[in-house]
Write a protein that binds this ligand. Structure first.
Ligand code: SF4
Ligand code: SF4
Length: 147
């Protein structure tokens, strides 16, 4: 076979091989989402920044500001404040400051809280050019979400 003919056959074969892969992928289920219009569902073991848990009975935070999580954090990310309301048996949280810029998602705080008042969130798409936005009051966030 002459060289030009060989090149044409070779090129055609290469084109068909490429198209075979493309067509095979076309009929497979999509594994991407149209971010930011769609969001991924994170698996149960995913660790986003910590968040306060709401008591379904009262609608308030389960946290009673015992500060055990604050003491257990090796990176000094957590500051908890609380106050005792009149007639209440124990404190209620009034501020739960998390400095997420220092958090290593180690889980010590979640493990230390025996009341299960904090957990890892499913939030995976935090982005900002301002690092102050990663210093958050989780109590305020919980209150705002409840409104
Ligand atoms: S989250 Fe748990 S450990 Fe931390 S202050 Fe609240 S109740 Fe205590
Ligand atoms: S996950 Fe670890 S580093 Fe992050 S706030 Fe909790 S204890 Fe601190």
């Amino acid at each position: 076979m002459k060289q030009p003919l060989r090149d044409i056959v070779g090129g055609f074969y290469s084109l068909l091989s490429g198209m075979r892969v493309t067509i095979a992928q076309f009929f497979k289920p999509s594994v991407t989402v149209h971010y930011p219009h769609e969001s991924l569902q994170m698996p149960a073991r995913f660790r986003g920044h910590i968040e306060l848990v709401r008591d379904p009975a009262t609608g308030k935070a389960v946290c009673f500001a015992c500060k055990v999580c604050e003491k257990s954090c090796p990176s000094d990310c957590i500051t908890v404040e609380g106050a005792k309301l009149e007639g209440a048996k124990r404190k209620s949280v009034t501020q739960f400051r998390l400095d997420f810029t220092k958090c290593s998602l180690c889980g010590s705080c979640v493990e230390a809280c025996k009341s299960n008042a904090i957990r890892f969130s499913r939030q995976y798409n935090l982005a900002s050019t301002n690092k102050d936005e990663f210093v958050m009051d989780l109590f305020k966030r919980l209150e705002a979400e409840g409104q």
